[in-house]
Each structure stands twice: as C-alpha cells, then as structure tokens.
Design a protein around this ligand. Structure first.
Ligand SMILES: Cc1cc2nc3c(=O)[nH]c(=O)nc-3n(C[C@H](O)[C@H](O)[C@H](O)COP(=O)(O)OP(=O)(O)OC[C@H]3O[C@@H](n4cnc5c(N)ncnc54)[C@H](O)[C@@H]3O)c2cc1C
Ligand SMILES: *[C@@H]1O[C@H](CO)[C@@H](O)[C@H](O)[C@H]1NC(C)=O
Ligand SMILES: *[C@@H]1O[C@H](CO)[C@@H](O)[C@H](O)[C@H]1NC(C)=O
Ligand SMILES: *[C@@H]1O[C@H](CO)[C@@H](O)[C@H](O)[C@H]1NC(C)=O
Ligand SMILES: *[C@@H]1O[C@H](CO)[C@@H](O)[C@H](O)[C@H]1NC(C)=O
Ligand SMILES: *[C@@H]1O[C@H](CO)[C@@H](O)[C@H](O)[C@H]1NC(C)=O
Ligand SMILES: *[C@@H]1O[C@H](CO)[C@@H](O)[C@H](O)[C@H]1NC(C)=O
Ligand SMILES: *[C@@H]1O[C@H](CO)[C@@H](O)[C@H](O)[C@H]1NC(C)=O
Length: 548
C-alpha cells in the first residue's frame, strides 16, 4: 500500500513512538479540547496503530493539520463547533465497506465510543459529539457515496454517505419519469435521513424515504454485514425510522424508485399583510393542505418578525399534474390563495428538486458543496385538529415578536395517513394533519445571545401546548430535540439499565415513536445488547442481568 500523504506521516508518528509521545499527545489533545490523560492519549494512539495495521489509511488525529477541516467539513449546525464542545480522538473516513467494518472493530478494541456521520445534518450534532467527555471517534461515511440506479427495475442501491441531492441526480438523470421520495435539502446524508424517516414533497403520494427501503446492508457491532433476511424482521423494521446511531452502521440502502410525470408543476408564492389576514390564510390552509389529492403538496413557511405591522408567509407547492389541472384544483379548493397561471411553472422532477434545494443548476445536486452553515436550534410538533382562527391570529402575533427564526408547516394526509402506524417505527400517520417545525438561528456576532434566542423558542413551544398533540406530545426524530430528554452515558459502550429505558420511554421515546418504542427496545436487544452504538437519544437496551 502506498503511504505517501501528509496524513500518513501522523499515522507513523503515532505508531512508532507510542510511549515516547504520550506526553506530547496529551498536550495536543488538550489543545483540541480532548480529555488530557495518559489513558486517553494511549487510547488514541492505540486506535491509530490498529487502523494502520488493518490498512485503513484515511484518518486524522487531533495532531494532524487537516483534523479541524475534516471534522468541520459536514458540521451543519455551528452551535457544535464552539470551544465548549469536545472533539473526537480521531476522524476516520473509510474508503470501502470493508474499511468501515475494520474501523468499527478498531474503535471497539481501543474502547472508544463510536459516532457515525453521513451528512452531518443532525440538529443536535449527535453524529460528532459525546456526552460526559467520553473519548470517541467519528466514523465519517463521506467517501462512501456511490449510487447505482437500475431503471429497468425502478430500484437503486445507494451508499449511506451519499447525499439526498446526489441520489436525486442519479435517479432523475437515469429516467425523467423516475424519482425518489425524501427531503428537500440536497446535502442531507442518506445515513441519518433514511434512518429517521425522511419526509419530503412526494410523501403525500409515496410516503417517507424509509417506507421505500427494500433492503439494506447493516454492519453490526461484531463487524459482520447483514442483509434484510439475515438481520431479522425486528431489526429491518427498526432501521427504517427508528433513528440513526442505535443499530449499527447502515452501509447502504436498496431503494424503491417511484413514477412521476415527465413534467411536474411547481410554485412558491409570498403573501404579506396584517396579522389577521395572514393568519386567516393559514387557518384556511389547515383544511386544504392535508386534504388535497395525493399528487398535491402545499406547505407554509412563516418567518418571525414583522414590517410596519405586516407579517409574511410563503406557500410552496408541487403537483404531479399539469399546470392547468393544478390551477383548476387550487381555484376551487383554495380561492383565498389567489394563485394565478403566472405563479406556476412546469419542469422535470429533477429540476424541481434543484429549485426547492435553492440550487441554480441541476448539476449542483451532485455536489457536496460548502453549504451555508448556521447556528440554530429547532423543535417540532404535530397538529391533529385545526387551530381556531382566533388562536391562529394570536400565534402569528407571538411569532411576529420573535428573534430570527421561522415555522414550517408540512401537510400530511394521503399516503402518510394510509400507511399503518406500526409498519415502521415512524408513528405519525392517520390523525395527523400537519407537522410543525420551529427554528431560531443566529450568526457568529450573536453567539452571546444564543441562550436568549433558544429561550424564546422554548417559550413559544410552551405557548403552543394547547394546540398540538398530547399524551404524548409527539415530535419527529429527524428534527432531533435534546430538550425532550437525554441518555447520559458515561462509558464508550453506553451500558443499560431499567432506569435508562424507563427514562427514554417516558420522554423522547414516546414523543418520537409512540407505541412503537417497545419494539425498538426488542430490536436493540437483538442487534446491539452491549450498546456499542449509542448517543444522547439512542434506543437503550434492557439488559437487567448484564449491567457492565
Ligand atoms: C437544512 C436541513 C434540512 C432538512 N430537511 C429535512 C427534510 O426535508 N425532511 C426530513 O425528514 N428531514 C430533514 N432534515 C433533518 C434530517 O433528515 C436529519 O437531520 C438527518 O438525521 C440528517 O442525516 P445526516 O446523515 O445528514 O446526518 P448525520 O448528522 O450524519 O447523522 C444523523 C444521525 O444518524 C446517525 N447516522 C448517520 N449515518 C448513519 C449510518 N450510516 N448508519 C446508522 N446511523 C447513522 C448519526 O450517528 C446521527 O445520530 C433536515 C435537516 C437540515 C439540517
Ligand atoms: C480523505 O477523505 C477526505 C474526504 O473525502 C478527502 O478530502 C481527503 O483527501 C482524503 N485523504 C486521503 C489521504 O485520501
Ligand atoms: C471550524 O469551525 C470553527 C467554528 O466555526 C472555526 O472556528 C474554525 O476555524 C473552523 N476550522 C476550519 C479548519 O475550518
Ligand atoms: C490496544 O489495543 C489492543 C488490541 O489491538 C488491546 O488488546 C489493548 O488492550 C489496547 N491497549 C490499550 C491501552 O487500550
Ligand atoms: C421510465 O420510468 C417509467 C416509470 O416512471 C417507466 O414507465 C418507463 O418505462 C421508464 N423508461 C425507461 C426507458 O426505462
Ligand atoms: C402591508 O400589506 C398590505 C397588503 O395586505 C400592503 O398593501 C401594504 O403595502 C403593506 N405595508 C407594508 C409597510 O409593507
Ligand atoms: C415541460 O415543461 C416545459 C416548460 O413548460 C416545456 O417546455 C416542455 O416541453 C415540457 N416537457 C414535457 C416532456 O412535457
Ligand atoms: C450526566 O452524568 C454526569 C456524570 O455522571 C453528571 O455530572 C451530569 O449531571 C448528568 N447530566 C444529566 C443531564 O443528567
């Protein structure tokens, strides 16, 4: 093997002078906000020796000049780049499935916690942080990003490190009438996104990304690779919506592609006016959006703030029909929106995905470009009853006083309501009108005010209590929110206890998964009873005998 890169110099340093460099390594670790003890330094150098002797060459230690760049590369939420957030003992970027397996096994023999990263879009940074300063490594799948489309069978195999945009690009280029159903941000990784469900503009017609998984390659804690049949029913069920980071590494997904017309109809329209007028439109939308035919997606985005007494919203639409048909349905079902023919355009589905991802060209979908990053905090809810007109007015007044932020209302109904709530771990099916995503964001100059902004978000969320789902107050696992509760592991392999399971169940467990939580516990005990794959909101095993 050719070892001639700058990284490999650091491998050799770490490998050949373990004893002599412990002190130096310790110093460097402390510079990188890592626990500075002889044991931690020994663990890190043990890990790098293990990688090198197993032929895994693309990794970076805190002593390497490219460490910060590789660690930062896909961190979407800058809140987790601040100095109080401990960094990993190594970032490893496997180049093949087999290297990924060996990297996992090396982390285990070195007693390092493992954090898996595909697109780095976790709202709470769970793919590259740990609790309680437990030493850890980031296994980053960025180099495992191939997509192979088989248009004749309308299927695709995609490695988890691929982005949603790269998948869309490959699918749309293979056949103008093929698509995949998943989210709209092009740089989201398939590893985390599909593990947590994956809602997007086609979900009212075809369900979530996770509803369209036909098979998967899962690397389990023992380093074996399983397919759908060898992992067993409970585990294959759990990985399709039970949240990333709990089950093993999903190396790749086999996906069912879906048919779309050669052109789809799309629009974004903005509406500005006094609170009463705008809240009135959103009030009406609640009766329209979730009840339109499956081919119609119509969502609402409302930024915080106001201008001279006016507030603004925008409606985003995608319709799997012609312009004429779309217009006639909207003018009957939602005349208040006042949609006109000029608002609508027809384009291929792949062009629409580039448009909704905010990209100027279709080719940009395939690029893991440097995305605009931000400091942010989000929360989510489900509305099961329409909110009254008066309450909607008060909600918009509240929103108009907030710091920079927004709410996004996504319509459910259609296929989302027809798929049974126990078919996958994602329980938010029939009975849910729409999801609500709340967010605040700020920039570098406002970091000192972060707690104030997050505090506003939490009070707004509290204010919304009477209007949303209860017992449990539901939330979407892809919109991770650590306010709901956390595991608090103090070891690399988290461990287990009845208490941890009870705490998880009564907080985020029921919020994200409802009645499906107990089957997730069973799946965890089949695939990872030792809790090797854990994070602040992973599914804990219930193993009352073998508390490590
Ligand atoms: C700008 C933006 C837009 C978004 N839009 C949507 C949307 O339209 N619809 C929607 O449903 N969601 C959306 N999300 C949420 C998104 O789906 C989740 O944040 C998702 O978990 C991100 O996946 P990732 O691979 O990029 O994240 P990562 O941070 O890499 O991973 C997220 C979690 O999954 C685990 N994980 C990562 N890779 C693997 C793997 N290969 N095997 C097992 N576990 C793994 C991680 O350990 C972590 O716990 C959006 C997020 C952002 C930031
Ligand atoms: C390791 O992978 C990263 C991400 O793709 C890449 O930028 C870097 O050049 C790779 N390093 C080596 C030594 O191959
Ligand atoms: C990584 O991100 C942090 C926070 O934004 C920044 O201070 C640092 O300069 C970044 N490092 C690199 C190499 O991009
Ligand atoms: C280093 O790794 C080996 C296996 O490669 C393991 O047996 C040993 O206990 C580890 N030592 C430390 C200090 O972690
Ligand atoms: C393209 O996909 C559609 C289904 O959406 C299918 O009917 C058609 O046969 C496909 N065309 C080719 C050339 O594969
Ligand atoms: C407020 O909105 C109304 C439309 O409802 C518009 O006529 C008016 O110009 C807006 N005022 C400002 C200051 O934007
Ligand atoms: C799609 O719509 C565009 C813009 O209206 C039009 O030019 C093109 O002919 C349409 N293509 C198909 C295949 O209908
Ligand atoms: C987590 O555990 C640590 C160490 O045991 C403790 O100091 C901390 O308070 C705990 N945090 C929470 C949120 O329980």
């Amino acid at each position: 093997m050719l070892i001639s890169t700058s990284i490999s110099r650091y491998h050799r340093t770490a490998m050949h002078s373990v004893a002599a460099s412990l002190q130096l390594l310790c110093l460097l670790l402390s510079l990188h906000r890592l626990p500075c003890s002889g044991a931690a330094a020994a663990t890190a150098s043990n890990f790098s020796s293990c990688l090198v002797s197993n032929g895994v060459t693309n990794f970076s230690l805190p002593t390497s000049p490219d460490y910060t760049g590789l660690l930062n590369s896909s961190i979407f939420n800058l809140r987790f780049t601040l100095p109080n957030v401990p960094g990993p003992a190594a970032v490893v970027l496997p180049e093949s499935r087999d290297e990924l397996r060996r990297a996992i096994l090396c982390a285990r023999t070195s007693s390092l916690a493992i954090r898996l990263r595909s697109g780095g879009h976790s709202y709470e940074g769970l793919s590259y942080t740990t609790e309680n300063h437990v030493p850890f490594v980031v296994a980053d799948l960025a180099n495992l990003n191939r997509v192979r489309v088989e248009p004749s069978s309308a299927t695709a195999w995609a490695e988890s490190g691929s982005t949603v945009g790269k998948l869309y690009y490959a699918v749309g280029r293979s056949n103008r009438s093929l698509a995949f159903t998943a989210g709209s941000e092009s740089t989201t990784g398939l590893g985390g996104h599909i593990s947590g469900g994956g809602f997007g503009l086609l979900s009212r017609k075809f369900g979530l990304a996770a509803d369209n998984v036909l098979d998967a390659a899962l690397i389990t804690p023992d380093g074996r690779v399983h397919d759908r049949s060898s992992m067993g029913d409970d585990v294959f069920w759990a990985i399709r919506g039970g949240g990333g980071g709990s089950w093993g590494v999903v190396y790749a997904w086999k996906l069912r592609l879906v048919p779309v017309p050669r052109n789809v109809t799309v629009f974004t329209v903005d509406r500005t006016g006094p609170v009463e007028l705008i809240a009135g439109l959103v009030h009406r939308w609640q009766y329209v959006g979730p009840n339109l035919p499956d081919e119609f997606y119509l969502s609402v985005y409302a930024p915080t703030g106001s201008t001279e007494g006016n507030v603004s919203i925008s409606f985003t639409g995608q319709v799997l029909e012609s312009k004429e048909h779309a217009l006639s349905v909207f003018s009957q079902s939602f005349p208040e929106l006042g949609l006109t023919e000029e608002d609508l355009s027809e384009m291929s589905w792949i062009e629409s995905t580039a448009k909704f991802a905010g990209l100027s060209t279709v080719d940009d979908l395939a690029n893991r470009r440097r995305q605009p990053k931000q400091y942010s905090k989000s929360k989510s809810d489900y509305a099961q009853e329409p909110i009254s007109r008066n309450d909607m007015v008060e909600i918009f007044r509240y929103l108009s006083t907030g710091p920079r932020g927004s709410i996004q209302l996504d319509p459910y109904g259609g296929a989302m309501a027809r798929i049974g709530r126990a078919e996958t771990p994602f329980p938010h099916r029939a009975g849910n009108l729409y999801s609500i995503q709340y967010g605040v964001n700020w920039d570098r100059s406002e970091v000192a005010r972060a707690e104030e902004y997050i505090g506003w978000l939490r009070s707004f969320y509290k204010y919304m209590t009477p209007f949303v789902s209860k017992d449990p107050r539901a939330a979407y696992v892809n919109y991770l929110d650590l306010d709901l509760g956390v595991n608090n592991w103090t070891r690399a392999a988290g461990g287990s206890s009845q208490e941890a399971v009870a705490r998880a169940r009564s907080s985020w467990g029921h919020a994200y998964f409802g009645e499906n939580f107990d089957r997730l516990i069973r799946a965890k005990m089949v695939v990872d009873p030792g809790n090797v794959f854990n994070n602040a909101q992973s599914i804990p095993p219930l193993n009352i005998r073998a508390e490590e």
